[in-house]
Design a protein around this ligand. Structure first.
Ligand code: BGC
Length: 422
């Protein structure tokens, strides 16, 4: 059966600056990696050298048939010291954007994808009331220069991830769907060292991943609002939003209330932030099931991905439907993916998930695009280079790119704007 998608549907893939560019040494994540006792399995180093190879990389995406590329701008490159902006970094991102257009690719830009400048920690990090104005100023500087080249922007990526981390780590013993190791997250010592590498002390050290209490969530909300205002003032036509990590929250008998609570704390509590936004960035990887005792482990026979997540491509369509009940702006799938060495499982995962997306479209839900996580095998934060989320393999000794079957599949679906389902 042929499943058709709307014309102008955005088909593409996503990267994050820190995970692909290499040598983002002014970032707080660099400090975390290099801290004493760091829980990060690898040093990011050159990563996949996308900062140098972006022209070839974007050409490759276009050659596959993809029409959209989501990437992030690294705040610590644009503003390596407070109030000091790098002309060279701005020109780099200008060229990334122009290269996209040269290849017929629509850029979707995130102004923040987890990593922040080290200097922000000296001000108290994301707990500091200075953040909203500082972040808005950074957005203003970027948009004044290259905003006319940015049709879609996410102010921040996965604003709800910190709350998920806090709730999950306080309760369960198996790997939850956020990808950060429990022991690593809770060990206190390395944070002291990371704070020192940022030029401050543990009292001030408050990274994006820690925004989970009332006061910092308030700062986060204000940050989004001020950033959106700054962007819109310069580029009223740019579509502005943010993205959220949303598992398909399910329940078995007795777990309904808990599932509802989770959905509230992971999603609903952030709904007021959407007021004034142009689109919603939805990101999904798996499902979470709740019972009377809390989160339920996947069944013995369930297929698990390299992340320990349950292989469950039906989650994407389910989450779109749930989200659509509460919002009335278009949805863009800004991430969806699977860590696996078996690329045929990725092919299956994408195909099944897209059937769900198409069914949502058929029911009248306004989904504007599907952006797969991720373009290349890259630096998966604390898990380092061992996990393979990419559509394209990278030999990091030569930086040679090798296209996987899943990339060809997604590219051909994109080109035909049609999914042929079995
Ligand atoms: C993040 C990515 C990450 C991916 C896979 C998402 O939560 O935005 O940076 O690599 O999940 O874990």
């Amino acid at each position: 059966m042929e499943l058709h998608f709307p014309s102008h549907f955005l088909w593409g893939s996503t990267t994050a600056a820190y995970q692909v560019e290499g040598n983002n040494y002014n970032s707080d994540f660099w400090a975390e990696e290099h801290s004493e006792g760091s829980p990060y399995k690898d040093k990011s180093g050159d990563t996949i050298d996308h900062y140098r190879l972006y022209r070839e990389d974007i050409a490759l995406m276009a050659s596959l048939g993809l029409n959209t590329y989501r990437f992030s701008i690294e705040w610590s490159r644009i503003e390596p010291e407070p109030g000091q902006y790098s002309r060279s970094a701005i020109e780099h991102y200008r060229d990334v954007l122009e290269t996209c257009y040269k290849h017929g690719i629509t850029p979707v830009v995130a102004m923040h994808h987890f990593s922040s400048p080290k200097w922000l920690m000296r001000l108290g990090g994301w707990a500091s009331p200075e953040v909203p104005d500082r972040f808005a100023k950074y957005c203003e500087v970027v948009f004044r220069e290259i905003g006319h080249l940015i049709p879609y922007v996410l102010t921040m990526n996965e604003i709800n991830l910190p709350v998920m981390l806090r709730e999950i780590f306080s309760k369960i013993g198996f790997i939850p769907p956020v990808g950060i190791d429990r022991e690593a997250w809770t060990a206190p010592k390395w944070r002291e060292s990371a704070a020192k590498l940022c030029g401050t002390t543990i009292e001030n050290y408050f990274t994006f991943h820690m925004i989970s209490d009332e006061s910092s969530i308030k700062i986060l909300k204000e940050t989004h609002q001020k950033a959106r205002e700054a962007i819109k003032k310069i580029q009223p036509n740019t579509k502005v939003g943010f993205s959220m990590a949303l598992s398909d929250i399910q329940s078995i008998p007795g777990g309904e209330e808990l599932a509802e609570q989770k959905w509230h704390s992971y999603f609903k509590q952030y709904l007021p932030m959407l007021e004034g936004d142009d689109f919603f960035g939805l990101q999904n990887y798996t499902r979470e099931v709740y019972g009377p005792e809390g989160q339920v482990r996947p069944a013995e026979e369930a297929e698990l991905t390299q992340m320990g997540y349950e292989f469950y491509p039906e989650a994407l369509g389910n989450v779109i439907r749930k989200v659509a009940k509460d919002i009335d702006i278009p949805i863009m799938i800004t991430e969806h993916g699977i860590a696996t060495d078996e690329d045929e499982r990725r092919v299956e995962f994408i195909g099944k998930a897209l059937e769900g997306v198409q069914a949502c479209l058929a029911d009248g839900i306004d989904v504007r695009g599907y952006l797969h996580w991720t373009t290349f095998d890259n630096y998966e934060w604390q898990s380092g280079y061992s996990l393979k989320f990419g559509l394209i393999e990278v030999d990091r000794t030569t930086q040679e790119r090798k296209v996987k079957e899943s990339a060809r599949c997604l590219g051909s679906i994109a080109q035909m704007n049609t999914l042929v389902s079995k």
